[in-house]
Design a binder for this molecule. Structure first.
Ligand code: AHG
Length: 333
């Protein structure tokens, strides 16, 4: 099947069967895809346009901001500013939510990490955008996005864009996970991976082993178990760690395995942010039949306490995530 025969994102969004989105989300996913194309262009031309390196500021979690962090955040805000459908944007790069005027009764809160894996930007590594749209119960401009998000709003759609050898968009509207690849010649995202399903178990694990000495003993025992010779059939596991959770989770989603970022001495509640990193990825992976946990409970059961709340996470194939929880509960096999 050549490019002309593949389904475009636009055609996919307009189809009326169960796997498609409601009309409002069609509009938002179309805008999200537009933002992704623009961010992809900025990333791939950054070394030419002088957009590599530090921006000089810090984000709300204290990470030094790269120029592309700031640029990608501006692209997202500009893309949704006049959508009339987004009442607030919660971004890794903004201390407070950016509240926007709405023009329709049904509106959403967008939680976004414009560029995740920023440490890879200056070395031509893979990075990603992570997003989720929460369907609001209220109308009009949001007065308190955090209070709304604490009211158990349903995630209407979530996913990620991965800027690797190709630019891919993987998302779910709650009825399965589909992957699209950007055809740069046509400027269209084309359906290339339909109804992605997580393998039941895998042979990869993704974690920053430089933190091994800082992890709780049961996490170290989990890693020792995965890399020991005592594993029936699937061991020992291979380590793959990109430094961008989008890339690690994408691999494990397709080929099986687990990504985890536990709490450590520097990040006592974990490093990754609930609203715009962990919850969107958890929603998508669980839609594909995978699992996502803090080690003691589901990521999606957490009621957010703040916009930039950090949580520990283990996410991927059910076998490995169940095993991770077992070590967290019982301290080992
Ligand atoms: P950042 O965007 O600040 O580079 O953080 C990326 C996140 C996540 O995408 C990645 O898996 C993890 O942080 C990497 O953290 P370490 O560098 O501490 O391993």
């Amino acid at each position: 099947m050549n490019s002309q025969e593949k389904i475009t994102l636009g055609s996919f969004l307009l189809k009326k069967d169960g796997a498609r989105l409601d009309p409002a989300l069609n509009v938002l996913m179309t805008r999200l895809a537009q933002a992704a194309k623009t961010i992809s262009h900025e990333i791939r031309n950054a070394s030419i346009s002088g957009n590599l390196g530090m921006a000089g500021g810090e984000n709300p979690t204290g990470d030094e901001q790269k120029k592309l962090d700031v640029a990608a955040n501006e692209i997202v805000l500009e893309t949704f500013a006049d959508s009339g459908r987004v009442a607030a944007v919660v971004s890794e790069e903004l201390e407070a939510a950016r509240c926007l005027d709405t023009a329709y009764p049904d509106s959403y809160i967008l939680c976004v990490d414009p560029v995740g894996g920023s440490s890879n930007l200056d070395i031509n590594g893979t990075v990603g955008t992570i997003f989720s749209f929460y369907r609001r119960k209220r109308t009009g401009r949001s007065q308190d996005p955090l209070a709304e998000l604490q009211d158990r709003l349903p995630i209407a759609a979530a996913g990620y864009v991965m800027y690797g050898p190709g630019t891919i968009l993987v998302f779910t509207g709650g009825a399965g996970v589909n992957g699209f690849t950007l055809d740069n010649r046509r400027g269209e995202f084309l359906l290339t991976q339909e109804l992605i399903r997580s393998p039941a178990r895998g042979s990869y694990y993704s974690a920053n082993l430089g933190k091994y000495g800082q992890w709780d003993p049961y996490i170290r025992k989990f890693v020792d178990h995965l890399t020991g010779k005592d594993l029936a059939s699937n061991g020992p596991y291979s380590l793959r760690y990109v430094g961008a959770m989008v890339a690690d989770i994408h691999r494990n989603l397709l080929e099986g395995g687990i990504f985890f970022y536990p709490e450590d001495e520097k990040n006592r509640n974990g490093k990754l942010r609930l609203l715009y990193e962990c919850a969107p990825m958890a929603f998508l992976v669980e839609q594909a039949g995978g699992r996502a946990t803090t080690g003691r409970g589901s990521i999606l059961d957490i009621r957010p306490e703040s916009l930039h709340q950090q949580v520990p996470i283990a996410i991927g194939s059910p076998f490995e995530v169940d095993l991770y929880e077992k070590f967290c509960r019982e301290g080992g096999e």
